[in-house]
Design a binder for this molecule. Structure first.
Ligand SMILES: [Zn+2]
Length: 276
């Protein structure tokens, strides 16, 4: 659990300084959502909350089963969060919470508001009631519509991604094939077009691909891997480090929604400098 940020929120809650709406920017939206649910239990549990509240506590059980009337989670329906979803939540929260201190709505993938659903929600954000809390989760706060973003307190909630533990061997194989294929290849840009463009459908998959590359290049630098490709064996250690730095840069571009084809081209053009 990314505990420090949630501890900070709890502290503000105890000091009665909790804002009415938060935007949590995270590198793992699913984990962040699970932690948000734990946080909501801590806010509401009538007992001294501990992990897996075992006091036969109704509130925590209702949260676990997604049955607590004062907690509504909204995820995009199709491409967008729809106006109707927002209206239905606002309607339910027009009455005071019965079992808990707050009515809480959690918005997953908050970057998927359209202007109509965002405008509908604005009334809630502009005239906040003391007993309503909004928690917005996003992978990139820059993509959240500014009318919402500007009315939220923003926190970042990053998790250490231990790629070694979750290493996907297939992706690692793809990484090695790719690095070797573009190595000293004057048609490297064409290789991008013919082999890589559209290879992964989701931006998240490209993130995993380059995270795996980052892990592999770093590990080649620090250890005697048996599966070193020719390129890695031939370049100098100082250039290997530069490749690691470049891969970190590329990951930033991917996370900030850059065009994948352009990013791949940038990657091969920059890599050429390190083949001495
Ligand atoms: Zn409880």
């Amino acid at each position: 659990m990314e505990s420090s940020m949630f501890n900070e929120l709890l502290k503000r809650h105890h000091e009665k300084k909790l804002a009415h709406a938060f935007l949590l920017e995270t590198n793992d939206q699913n984990r962040c959502y699970q932690d948000v649910l734990e946080f909501i239990k801590k806010l509401n549990c009538p007992f001294e909350y501990k992990e897996n509240c075992d006091n036969e506590c109704n509130i925590c059980t209702l949260i676990d089963n997604d049955n607590l009337p004062s907690l509504i989670t909204i995820s995009p329906e199709g491409q967008f969060i729809k106006k109707d979803q927002v209206l239905s939540m606002m309607d339910k929260f027009s009455t005071k919470p019965v079992f808990t201190k707050y009515n809480i709505y959690v918005i997953r993938e908050a970057e998927r508001f359209n202007s109509s659903s965002a405008n509908t929600l604005l009334k809630f954000l502009e005239e906040p009631e003391d007993d309503i809390l909004g928690i917005f989760i996003t992978g990139n706060k820059e993509n959240v519509i500014s009318t919402i973003r500007s009315r939220c307190q923003i926190f970042s909630c990053d998790y250490n991604v231990n790629i070694a533990e979750n290493l996907d061997e297939e992706v690692l194989t793809d990484v090695k094939l790719y690095l070797q294929a573009i190595y000293k290849n004057k048609d490297d840009i064409i290789y991008n077009k013919t082999h890589m463009s559209g290879y992964y459908k989701e931006r998240m998959e490209w993130e995993i691909f380059f995270n795996t590359m980052l892990y592999y290049l770093k590990d080649c630098y620090t250890s005697d891997r048996l599966d070193k490709i020719e390129m890695v064996k031939e370049v100098s250690k100082s250039n290997l480090i530069k490749m690691v730095v470049l891969t970190q840069e590329i990951l930033k571009y991917i996370k900030s929604n850059g065009n994948i084809d352009l990013i791949l081209d940038k990657f091969v053009i920059e890599m050429r400098k390190y083949y001495e």
